[in-house]
Write a protein that binds this ligand. Structure first.
Ligand code: NDP
Ligand code: OXD
Length: 308
């Protein structure tokens, strides 16, 4: 029987084993791969450099996460082996929930009411209709596209920015470097759902914060390296950015000394905006293995030239 090697967090190994129990592969774990020639497929998160190259019969590599920046370093992915990133409804819906939750927080002034409750302050604010609130998503792929759709359904004035033009009902499409400034200028709540690449690293920086309307909000649930944390703190302190929800950081776990922890208008979660659920996401792996066996086109193959 073909062998699927899994490198997950140890805690979730039994969940993965259950998920593949009825599928015709033998599951083995990174810690105990057995004979290296046996390994046909690998499903991994943050594999150490050089290890995958040690499996001479490896046919496909699956990323446990949607992001593949953990696979782009030197000598991690052996040349010529297709890499498939994670796409799964549970992961997509989880991210859309996170985004909608924080957009609503800022839109409905919950960040202010929560702080005022602690001070026993009773202060009303006039409600802004969703249609008057301009939300913008950097990245309109699987996750950004779904979050945009959900926000549009709630009635927000939604736009997205991507490399190529998109057609999503109720969502204005901006694309390419040349339309970034215009997109930012109309965006009151900015959500980052870009992959981490050489082109997108550090995109949440002082220059781009300055392009937002004063008092905008920033939500980053993509990668910590998208955000210049010093620039964000400066923008928060100047009032250019009125609040931020951050799920990802340059260094994870976030250093206890980081000023972000104590900032009164920063909302931190520990890289949990959405998680891969073995029970459902294993179907994406099974489907691609079946396609491979039947010589059919694979789905969600990473383009390492583009970096996502
Ligand atoms: P996709 O590959 O489906 O989408 C990426 C989007 O970014 C596409 O719309 C793409 O444009 C756009 N894009 C890429 N490069 C550029 C660029 N240079 N300029 C403009 N647009 C660009 O990715 P997903 O939606 O599945 O995932 C996005 C990211 O979310 C992941 O890479 C990961 O880092 C992060 N993530 C975070 C999680 C968390 O818990 N915090 C959980 C899961 C994912 P185009 O469509 O034109 O190609
Ligand atoms: C992912 C993640 O990329 O969880 O899926 O960060």
């Amino acid at each position: 029987m073909e062998v699927l090697l899994i490198k997950s967090d140890l805690q979730r190994n039994p969940e993965w084993a259950n998920a593949f129990a009825e599928f015709d592969v033998e599951v083995r774990y990174w810690e105990k791969p057995g004979a290296v020639e046996d390994i046909d497929y690998a499903l991994v998160w943050e594999p150490e450099a050089g290890v995958l190259a040690g499996f001479p019969n490896l046919k496909l590599i699956f990323s446990i996460g949607a992001g593949i920046d953990h696979l782009t370093g030197d000598n991690i992915v052996p040349p010529g082996i297709p890499v498939i990133r994670m796409v799964d409804d549970a992961l997509t819906t989880g991210m859309a929930e996170y985004v909608v939750f924080h957009v609503l927080r800022f839109h409905r002034f919950m960040h202010l009411y929560e702080a005022e409750q602690r001070e026993k302050i009773w202060k009303e604010r006039l409600q802004v209709p969703a249609g008057k609130r301009r939300v913008g998503l950097l990245g309109m792929g699987v996750l950004g596209g779904k979050a945009a759709e959900m926000l549009a359904t709630l009635g927000f004035d939604v736009a997205g920015w991507s490399r190529s033009k998109k057609t999503i009902p109720g969502v204005t499409s901006y694309y390419g470097e040349s339309q970034l400034a215009e997109f930012l200028a109309r965006t009151e709540i900015l959500v980052c759902l870009l992959p981490l690449t050489a082109d997108t690293e550090n995109i949440l920086n002082a220059e781009n914060f300055a392009r937002l309307p004063k008092g905008a909000f920033v939500i980053n649930s993509a990668r910590g390296e998208h955000c210049n944390e010093e620039d964000l703190l400066a923008a928060l302190d100047s009032g250019q950015v009125a609040g931020a929800a951050l799920d990802v950081f340059k260094h994870e776990p976030l250093n206890p000394n980081s000023p972000l922890w104590d900032h009164p208008r920063v909302y931190i979660t520990p890289h949990v905006a959405s998680m891969t659920v073995p029970a459902s996401s294993s179907n994406h792996v099974k489907d691609n293995i079946t396609r491979f066996r039947n010589a059919q086109p694979l789905q969600n193959v990473v383009d390492f030239e583009l970096g996502y």
